[in-house]
Design a protein around this ligand. Structure first.
Ligand code: SAH
Length: 274
């Protein structure tokens, strides 16, 4: 394999509230076929290792054994620097949407730091992802299916997205020398740009904020907005969802998040509510 600018081990597949062991097994198989290994299960509604899941894994049962179990989405993606929610349906509050191919194209830049992690989040077989879960994601990815029959089987959706990631990974190995030259010259093609304005892969000065950093910031922001009387949790009017969308779209880095938190702390001191 030529020099790879990122590793498929930096990708995590997160399944929320899965109810069929067979689907978890089929996801493990799809992942192993594509060279992915990091499987995280959030509050599964079934046993993980059953005869059905092991049979559907068809030899990929090591991924079932090695999967991590989490009580919450936040816990499963705490260290992730990019969180992408896979959704079959559009939502009332539109979120920045990407195609599976755009997801692949962004990976070399998103994962250029070895500690960077991209999490792909999948929903329940019967009800998908909730709005609250999708609002914890930087981007939504939609597999362009038949609009009259848009929902894929869970493992089929994982297969399609893992395949795009693998293609991007193979392609990145082939084109690594050319890309390094193009980035050095500032002529990298648009498809190589990471999401948002922050070009984390291209000699950006600070690492991206992690999901946990961002969630601590959102919790702090909400406390301060309530304290200064700007936000009434009894009448939320999607304020926090809209603010989340703004910040997640902008992709703040870790230093920017510390500055924003410092501002909140200064407001708290100033208003004497600390
Ligand atoms: N009935 C659910 C869909 C469940 S399919 C609903 O109405 O939302 C299980 C999961 O597979 C979804 O939550 C989503 O993560 C993924 N998925 C299925 N079809 C998809 C598509 N066309 N694009 C992106 N993700 C999809």
């Amino acid at each position: 394999m030529p020099d790879q600018p990122f590793s498929l081990d930096q990708l995590r597949i997160v399944l929320i509230g899965t109810s069929h062991p067979g689907n978890i097994g089929a996801v493990a198989r799809a992942m192993k076929n594509m060279g992915l290994a990091d499987l995280a299960l959030v509050a599964p509604r079934c046993e993980v290792q059953t005869s059905e899941s092991i049979s559907r894994a068809s030899g990929a049962d090591a991924l079932l054994v090695g999967s991590s179990l989490h009580e919450s989405l936040d816990d499963a993606v705490a260290d992730a620097t990019l969180v992408v929610g896979a959704s079959a349906r559009s939502r009332t509050l539109p979120w920045p949407m990407i195609s599976p191919r755009q997801l692949g194209a962004a990976l070399p830049a998103e994962l250029s730091r070895p500690e960077a992690r991209v999490a792909l989040v999948f929903g329940r077989e019967d009800a998908g992802l909730t709005n609250a879960e999708l609002q914890r994601c930087h981007r939504h990815v939609h597999i362009p299916t038949n609009t009259e029959f848009s929902s894929l089987n869970l493992a089929a959706a994982v297969q399609v997205l893992s395949y795009e990631c693998r293609l991007a990974w193979l392609d990145a190995g082939d084109t690594a020398p050319a890309r390094q030259t193009a980035m050095a010259k500032g002529t990298a093609p648009a498809g190589e740009a990471p999401f948002g304005e922050a070009p984390f892969g291209v000699e950006w000065d600070n690492p991206p904020a992690s999901h946990a950093d961002l969630e601590r910031y959102f919790a702090h922001l909400e406390r301060v907005l309530v304290a200064i009387g700007f936000h009434d949790p009894e009448r939320p009017r999607q304020l926090m969802a809209r603010l989340r969308r703004l910040y997640l779209r902008a992709r703040p880095d870790s230093l920017e998040i510390s500055i924003l938190r410092g501002i909140l702390t200064a407001i708290e001191k100033h208003t004497g509510r600390r």
